[in-house]
Write a protein that binds this ligand. Structure first.
Ligand code: CA2
Length: 146
């Protein structure tokens, strides 16, 4: 079965424990299981990773090359700061969908800019845990059609 990488960045290990008004009540394990279910329904499997460090995320992206066929990626706050993650996404030459649970464009100005967006297939933002399901579906549709 072709495998997708579900990659989560800093603080997303705290999902479901704090700020439910912004990020909802679902835990990271819940979100990962939603991705697994969605992928399975389309004949794909997932491997899920989370890191609080920029280097850990770069390593996970590098490891995906030759192993996974696409990446659904919530880089958290690194979205708005990291040239290293943008370069890693470009380097691996895999389709990557950028995910945000909150609508970043309705929040503070510093969240409106994404270093990653120009090198991603697309961005899904604002649908809570469902952003992950939509990202996995978009990724699979792209992979099957390409
Ligand atoms: O909306 C998203 O998914 C974000 O990527 C989440 C990031 C934020 O910096 C981005 O601008 C948008 C923050 C993740 C923090 O996650 C927490 C989860 C639970 C409690 C506290 C933080």
């Amino acid at each position: 079965m072709p495998e997708l990488l579900i990659l989560n960045g800093p603080n997303l290990n705290l999902l479901g424990t704090r700020q439910p008004e912004v990020y909802g009540h679902q835990t990271l394990a819940d979100v990962e299981s939603l991705c697994a279910q969605t992928a399975k329904a389309h004949g794909f499997s997932v491997v899920c990773k989370q890191s609080n460090s920029e280097g850990g995320l770069v390593d996970a992206l590098h490891a995906a090359r030759g192993t996974q066929v696409g990446v659904a990626f919530n880089a958290g706050a690194y979205t708005h700061t990291s040239v290293a993650l943008r370069d890693a996404i470009s380097a691996i030459e895999l389709p990557v969908v950028e995910i945000h649970m909150s609508n970043v464009h309705a929040r503070e100005d510093f969240r409106h800019h994404s270093y990653m967006a120009p090198v991603c297939l697309g961005q899904i933002s604002g649908f809570g845990a469902d952003s992950y399901r939509l990202a996995v579906e978009a990724l699979i549709r792209h992979i099957k059609g390409s």
